[in-house]
Design a protein around this ligand. Structure first.
Ligand code: TPP
Ligand code: MG
Length: 272
């Protein structure tokens, strides 16, 4: 289902529209980070993952773990769009009885590879999946989203050490560096400095990109796949709330739903 850059950009825009609509409908949830990551997530699912939406339990599928589970509105949207489940379910987001919880619950029928929400755990679990592929002689690759706020958890760096030690070249981190976390700029709360230098020091192959440049997202995924003997980290510089002027770069929109007025502005600016 490979798409052109223009098609991918259009899909990423639709993903952002859906994120805002879901959070507005539920009147709760996290838009900002999900909107930062929408471009890379779209590039990954449409142009890279070896994945069959009609058979999400296929043993040889590439895996994607959303380590920062609060960004799930984007993941749910993509999974619905590629056809894993019905898009109508998106409008039950965060409602009692819906499988689309405010943080993802492991459910392979829906394409959810791991329960996440408690920050920091995904990098380790995804490493385990990558080691399992090696032990079982399987060719699948394992991707995970990591975030700046999430990487203030110590276990992220233990796992970074492990992936390099075991030369997990089937393992790729997609790092969303929007410099925002729940209550402010990361650089004020707990500065991560150069994430690229940190991953390099841990022995990873590092690619730095503008995470809103769709061509760069696709090229970085292609480059990562060719690397031998090292895990790969794609560090994407992004903007929280990308695409909507009243959300962009405001930590309030890490986890605050839009008012009706803000919702109207968002729909207009996203061309919906
Ligand atoms: C272990 C743990 N500690 C604290 C939290 C609360 N929490 C949820 S999201 C978040 C900020 C995460 O920052 P980032 O992932 O960069 O979020 P963004 O605003 O970019 O979406 C925090 C502290 C949590 N979910 N898990
Ligand atoms: Mg962040």
């Amino acid at each position: 289902m490979s798409k052109s850059i223009q098609e991918l950009q259009d899909i990423a825009n639709e993903v952002r529209v859906s994120i805002v609509k879901m959070v507005h409908t539920a009147n709760s949830g996290h838009m900002g980070g999900a909107m930062s990551f929408a471009d890379m997530l779209t590039a990954l699912f449409y142009n890279k993952l070896n994945y069959d939406p009609k058979n999400p339990k296929w043993e040889d599928r590439d895996r994607f773990v959303l380590s920062s589970g609060h960004m799930c509105a984007g993941l749910y949207t993509i999974l619905a769009k590629i056809g894993v489940f019905d898009e109508k379910e998106l409008w039950n987001f965060r409602q009692l009885g819906s499988p689309l919880q405010g943080h993802p619950k492991y459910n392979l029928d829906l394409g959810i590879e791991m329960s996440t929400g408690s920050l920091g755990q995904g990098l380790s679990v995804a490493n385990g999946m990558a080691l399992a592929a090696r032990v079982q002689n399987k060719k699948y690759r394992v991707y995970s989203l990591e975030t700046d706020g999430g990487s203030q958890e110590g276990m992220v760096w233990e796992a970074a050490m492990l992936a390099a030690h075991y030369k997990l070249d089937n393992r790729c981190v997609l790092f969303d560096y929007n410099n925002v976390q729940i209550d402010g700029f990361c650089s004020d709360v707990m500065d991560l400095g150069s994430v690229a230098d940190k991953f390099k020091a841990f022995g990873w192959h590092v690619i730095e990109i503008d995470g809103h440049d769709m061509q760069a997202c696709c090229d970085a995924l292609d480059e990562a796949e060719k690397v031998k003997g090292k895990p790969q980290a794609i560090i994407s510089k992004t903007t929280l709330g990308k695409g909507v002027s009243v959300f962009e770069n405001k930590s309030k929109f890490h986890g605050t739903p839009p008012t009706d007025e803000e919702f109207a502005i968002a729909m207009k600016e996203l061309g919906n």
